[in-house]
Design a protein around this ligand. Structure first.
Ligand code: URA
Length: 213
């Protein structure tokens, strides 16, 4: 079942859901996890941007002329929250090959669960393009909130956020902090545990992606 609340959406997409199940399984090895996460990134980017403004242009196919759909704007910038966002980025770039890419390095303190920044590299034309921020896990929402704050500070007026798995706590926190940001999640899980992990979740996405478990 797809779910839509204010600015929050989980797509009804069987292929996406099956791929998420694949990376949830604890027996899935790191190489498979990384490959399937990239495939999920391609699907999420397409879903998150399905309503980009479009118009038509006159073109010629090998057979005839036609009025064909084209985007009215340049592709939005992609912004990966490190480390795990890199896994989604690989797939998102398959469908947005011309999009500039930003990197935001955020690490969360295991005790307080609050994020701190260790790298910020953002494209210059965020204001004209808008941004799609990528992180596989929306847990407490702390990293997403800070990343989106940075992206807006750098000029982006239209910001979207895509994740693989969201916790209700993270969705609520992100909606409260950035009510204008459309959130797309592959799945909405039950809750966070006492260590800040999403339950049932898929474990630590960064460790599983980069084989550092
Ligand atoms: N980050 C992860 O990688 N996994 C979680 O469950 C929560 C935050």
């Amino acid at each position: 079942m797809s779910q839509t609340r204010a600015n929050f959406h989980t797509p009804r997409h069987a292929l996406l859901r099956a791929k998420i199940t694949r990376i949830r399984r604890q027996e899935t090895d790191s190489a498979t996890f990384r490959r399937v996460l990239a495939e999920i990134g391609a699907i999420l980017a397409s879903e998150a941007l399905r309503d980009l403004p479009e118009t038509t242009a006159a073109i010629e196919t090998p057979v005839s002329r036609m009025e064909a759909p084209v985007l009215t704007q340049m592709e939005p910038c992609l912004v990966a929250i490190l480390r795990a966002g890199l896994g989604l980025l690989e797939g998102a770039r398959m469908v947005l090959p011309d999009a500039p890419v930003g990197h935001l390095g955020l690490v969360r303190d295991e005790q307080t669960l609050t994020p701190s920044e260790y790298v910020v590299r953002l494209p210059k034309d965020l204001a004209r393009r808008g941004a799609l921020v990528l992180d596989p896990m929306l847990a407490t929402g702390g990293s997403a909130i800070q990343a989106i704050h940075r992206v807006k500070q750098a000029g982006a007026k239209v910001v979207r956020f895509a994740c693989v798995v969201a916790a209700p706590e993270g969705v609520a926190a992100l909606q409260a902090a950035h009510p204008d940001v459309a959130i797309l999640a592959g799945a909405l899980d039950e809750r966070l545990n006492e260590h800040g992990y999403i339950v049932p979740g898929l474990g630590d996405a960064g460790d599983r992606c980069f084989g550092t478990e």
